[in-house]
Write a protein that binds this ligand. Structure first.
Ligand SMILES: NC(=O)c1ccc[n+]([C@@H]2O[C@H](COP(=O)([O-])OP(=O)(O)OC[C@H]3O[C@@H](n4cnc5c(N)ncnc54)[C@H](OP(=O)(O)O)[C@@H]3O)[C@@H](O)[C@H]2O)c1
Length: 328
């Protein structure tokens, strides 16, 4: 089958079409003809050799897909040939075919396109896990979502609004991105390039007012994040786009405010964990997607032959929501 592979051009990694063996489905797996996949920041790192592939996973890029079931393993009971499905992958999305365990696949709602379905798994499952499982978000709590117009951010805003009626504040780097966040359900939009987000939060919600913060920025935001957190506040760190080292760490507020600091990566979780996460997520959200209360936000769709242009767009932070590849 065809797949996009990373080739080295005088020290520069470039995605190029190549030929690889078709994956072989296990007893509980579906063999899927991929119709669309979507980009994640991890792809950019993996391409540069900076994201080790978890053991046993495909070394081909691509952490999610939507497609048509071509055949099923002997023990599969939930899906059959011809079903339109989508789901999370440990790798292998940038290819014509992949395999997925039946418990990690979700049946696409009738009206949904492959491009829309492919834009859901990684960011919605990450956001669900971060808000509900790790962040223990409760009804009507306050949430600050950094990088609000990122793929994960756009999913987190929608889930916090529709599952928890949360009061949501966001940061992002442009008016267009902040307008998008408002349209998805945030009530305070902060351009972090123009104002101090901690001050904006204090002015609107008061001192120590955020019950939960979803952070992708890391060290430059550490101190302000801790300042904004409420008593029993939680911060879930998913990425460190702005830096990894905090020079001076004052532990007092962590004790005084009884804070919980959590970090997570979804990709290196066990298959069992991802099956449980997918099952619970789809049980809680399928109806909301069908009623279009929840929708993937798609910034751009590229033919998979133009993958380099798609990667360029993400690396320049020009996307608001997901970038999708199609045409496999
Ligand atoms: N831990 C996990 O399980 C997990 C899972 C999925 C994704 N992630 C990570 O979460 C992050 C978001 O993923 P995504 O796919 O949603 O990304 P994305 O759609 O590409 O969005 C990332 C956005 O972050 C903002 N940003 C970039 N550098 C920044 C900086 N230094 N300071 C402040 N904002 C910055 C940019 O928006 P502005 O224009 O607003 O600055 C950028 O568009 C990525 O780093 C990704 O690797 C982690």
């Amino acid at each position: 089958m065809k797949a996009l592979l990373v080739n080295d051009h005088s020290g520069k990694p470039v995605m190029e079409m190549g030929e690889v063996k078709e994956p072989i489905p296990g007893e509980y797996d579906l063999l899927v003809k991929i119709k669309a996949t979507a980009l994640n920041r991890a792809d950019l790192l993996q391409k540069r050799g900076k994201y080790p592939v978890p053991e046993g996973e495909s070394t081909i890029l691509g952490l999610e897909m939507a497609g048509v079931v071509e055949s099923v393993g002997k023990q599969v009971t939930k899906f059959s040939e011809g079903d339109h499905i989508f789901g999370l992958l440990g790798g292998g999305g940038y290819a014509e075919k992949c395999t997925i365990h039946e418990d990690m696949a979700m049946l696409m709602p009738d009206f949904m396109s492959f491009e829309e379905a492919a834009a859901i798994p990684e960011v919605f499952l990450t956001a669900y896990q971060s808000l509900i499982w790790l962040g223990e978000l409760k009804d009507k709590e306050t949430v600050l979502v950094h990088a609000g117009a990122s793929g994960v951010g756009t999913a987190a805003i929608q889930l916090a609004k529709h599952l928890n009626h949360a009061k949501i504040a966001v940061t992002a780097g442009s008016k267009e991105k902040l307008d998008l966040c408002r349209s998805l359900g945030s009530i305070l939009q902060i351009n972090y390039k123009e104002e101090d987000f901690a001050e904006a939060i204090r002015n609107r919600f008061g001192e120590n007012s955020m019950d939960l913060i979803i952070d992708f920025v890391g060290s430059p935001y550490w101190e302000s994040n801790i300042d904004c957190l409420s008593m029993d506040g939680r911060v879930v760190i998913l990425s460190m786009l702005g830096g990894v080292t905090v020079e001076k760490l004052n532990l007092i507020p962590i004790l005084r405010k009884r804070l919980t600091i959590r970090g997570s990566t979804l990709r290196n979780r066990s298959v069992e964990y991802k099956k449980r996460l997918t099952g619970e997520f789809w049980e809680k959200t399928e109806q909301l997607f069908k009623q279009e209360e929840l929708s993937p936000v798609i910034s751009a769709i590229f033919d998979w032959n133009d993958v380099e242009k798609a990667h360029q767009m993400m690396s320049e932070n020009r996307n608001a929501g997901k970038i999708v590849l199609t045409g496999m």
